[in-house]
Design a protein around this ligand. Structure first.
Ligand code: FES
Length: 213
């Protein structure tokens, strides 16, 4: 699914700590997922309007992100506010990074370019613990088919545990599976590790099947 088509899972919430950023790709579109120091997540096009440097290489400063290359700073609305080489310049409103709608649900960061799309809903869930995100070199449809998912997210049962599986299309032959454990309290660490190993084995199995095909 492309960002224009609906809500796409782009990262585990736990993987984007306050004050950090990470690059991701959705159906060929490069994005930066970053969290300001107040804890709010942001998803933008991963391209500085100045010379095109990836903003995911930049630095988060409070509720701004600064480009690594020449230090231009962008506020939470994507608006450039400061250009170090011209500190007294009133920065034109046109210097702005395209941004996406963002939501966090089920321990996952979601993004979309659609104004109408409804956030996926699998009911209220409690005690959510992250497992892992795993990139798999096979189409998202193959991952969904393997797990029996009908949409971008579903509850699956695995070795007696309930998990949420959300699939992100990265490219035609590459996808990313985000996994979180439900009903995780208390002491979920051993189960998190167990299911992380399962995800690793799933990747191997799907990539091997994809090579054979
Ligand atoms: S490329 Fe980002 S500030 Fe120059």
């Amino acid at each position: 699914m492309r960002l224009e088509e609906g809500w796409v899972p782009v990262a585990l919430s736990s993987s984007i700590e306050a004050g950090t950023s990470a690059g991701a790709v959705v159906a060929g579109s490069e994005i930066v997922v970053w969290r300001d120091t107040g804890g709010t997540a942001h998803v933008w096009e991963d391209r500085c309007p100045h010379r095109g440097m990836r903003l995911s290489f930049g630095f988060v400063r409070g509720d701004h992100i600064a480009c690594l290359y020449h230090g231009w700073q962008y506020d939470a609305a994507g608006q450039c506010r400061y250009i170090p080489a011209h500190p007294n310049l009133d920065v034109p409103q046109t210097i702005k990074v395209p941004l996406y709608r963002v939501a966090e649900r089920y321990g996952i960061v979601w993004a979309t370019a659609s104004a109408q799309a409804l956030l996926p809903d699998v009911g209220a869930q409690t005690d959510i613990a992250p497992v892992r995100s795993v990139t798999i070199d096979c189409p998202a449809a193959a991952v969904r088919a393997e797990l029996g998912l009908e949409g971008p997210i579903s509850v699956i049962t695995l070795d007696g545990d309930r998990l949420l599986a959300a699939v992100q299309t990265v490219a035609p032959a590459r996808s990313c599976l985000h996994l979180v454990l439900l009903d995780a309290a208390p002491g979920p660490v051993a189960r998190q590790k167990h299911h992380a190993r399962w995800a690793q084995a799933l990747r191997f199995r799907l990539e091997t099947a994809s090579e054979v095909a």
